[in-house]
Design a protein around this ligand. Structure first.
Ligand code: HEC
Length: 138
């Protein structure tokens, strides 16, 4: 019994140390964000009506196009100067991998040089933006 407990403890230590050693390998561009699982599961409370998409479009032109470009391709006038290039939001394969909640979280929290918008925009406005991004990538 004692031997068994010792082995279990040893195994736990090995796994713990192992996860630290291997963690950097997982740091790809895709998970530069570390979006929490709970955020990914968030439901979009605003239906993607034409009105919502139109609102999102206006907000995008005002707050996002300088980096992401008018059409969302990541080629806005400020993009050139940024060390990390703005994401191409029309990349359908990449966008369909992400839930609405994930996009909402990224726009809310930002990730330098991408600014956070939770202080600037209302939650409703951010959901309109998510609806607009969905329309862009279609
Ligand atoms: C100052 C430039 C800048 C502005 C303004 C900006 N972004 Fe970004 N954005 C970035 C950069 C740079 C990235 C890439 C960061 C990364 O992927 O690590 C990014 C990434 C994103 C992503 C994640 C894409 C993905 O596939 O991971 C979304 C969504 C996004 N931006 C939406 C927006 C929206 C919506 C706005 C306006 C409300 C906005 N951004 C304003 C620079 C900007």
């Amino acid at each position: 019994m004692r031997w068994f407990c010792g082995m279990t403890l040893l195994l736990a230590v090995v796994l713990e140390v192992g996860s630290d050693v291997w963690a950097p390998r997982r740091a790809s561009a895709q998970d530069r964000w570390n979006v929490p699982e709970s955020a990914k599961k968030m439901k979009n409370p605003i239906r993607a009506t034409a009105t919502s998409i139109q609102k999102g479009k206006r907000l995008f032109a005002e707050h996002c196009a300088m980096c992401h470009g008018d059409a969302g391709k990541g080629d806005g006038p400020m993009a050139e100067a940024l060390e990390t290039k703005p994401a191409d939001l029309t990349d359908r394969a990449r966008m369909t991998l992400q839930s609405d909640g994930e996009l909402f979280w990224k726009i809310s929290k930002g990730n330098p040089p991408m600014p956070d918008f939770e202080g600037t925009l209302s939650t409703e406005e951010i959901w309109h933006l998510v609806n607009y991004l969905r329309a862009l990538a279609r």
